[in-house]
Design a protein around this ligand. Structure first.
Ligand code: ADE
Length: 234
């Protein structure tokens, strides 16, 4: 999979792209991720990418031209048409099923906003997906881009050392993950449930499923109700 990130702050991605699962996936050739600084596409001598809002008001608004030029130039080097993604708190909420949908694509272009937001014609003209990572406002789209990229990359075949690890994740089946334990068997008086030490794999599977269901029902009833996002889940 190829991902291009259009950002004014490419340097903040450096440690993210060099570490952990994402870094390993890039090293293994499973994913290639580039940052494009759309300030390089600005045409005036100050390299402006933003301007004051028409109608007045605080802050600055990202202009159309540098973003459109950066996006169109970047897209030309993709072998097939990538999915365009704009990160904004006004977008569709990122869910596990959306991450799964993006992980099936050959290419993504992710646009990070800044300042007071995008000129509305960027949303209209780009015609991509507007995605939010939650109901709060970040100073820029960069942390949201990292969240989105991480959630997608870990779903690519071979990205996790152990293929089955992603399958047990919270949300993969529309449920929160069951409790996990490792050594020692007892820590500060808290013990590991006997069933996990029984060696009875069918019983362990059933216990884990029961735990996932009861945990989801008590902590996140919204995931199990009639509006739950369970499409395409196990
Ligand atoms: N940019 C600012 N806030 C954001 C959010 N919550 N999700 C995605 N992009 C954003």
């Amino acid at each position: 999979m190829r991902i291009d990130v259009l950002t004014l702050f490419p340097e903040v991605f450096e440690p993210f792209l060099a570490s952990s699962i994402v870094g390993r996936a890039i090293e293994a050739g499973i994913a290639s991720i580039q940052c494009v600084n759309f300030r390089e596409f600005a045409r005036d001598k100050h390299r402006s990418v933003d301007d004051r809002p028409f109608g007045g008001g605080p802050g600055m608004v990202l202009m159309c031209q540098p973003i459109f030029d950066a996006l169109e130039k970047t897209e030309q080097s993709h072998e097939s048409e990538p999915v365009r993604i704009i990160l904004t708190p006004q977008g569709e909420r990122l869910t596990q099923s959306l991450a799964t949908e993006f992980a099936r694509q050959a290419g993504l272009i992710v646009v990070c906003g800044h300042y007071e937001g995008f000129d509305e014609r960027i949303r209209i003209g780009l015609g991509g997906r507007e995605i939010s990572i939650g109901d709060y406002v970040l100073s820029g789209g960069e942390p949201a881009a990292m969240v989105l990229i991480d959630s997608v990359i870990r779903l690519l075949p071979g990205a996790l050392g152990n293929e089955s690890a992603a399958e047990d994740d919270s949300f993969t089946c529309g449920l929160l993950e069951y409790p996990q334990y490792t050594r020692p068997r007892e820590f500060r008086g808290m013990t590991v449930p006997d069933i996990l030490l029984s060696g009875n794999h069918a019983a362990i599977r059933a216990w884990r499923e029961g735990q996932a269901r009861s945990r989801t029902a008590s902590r996140r009833p919204d995931l199990t109700g009639p509006h739950a996002d369970t499409e395409g889940k196990c």
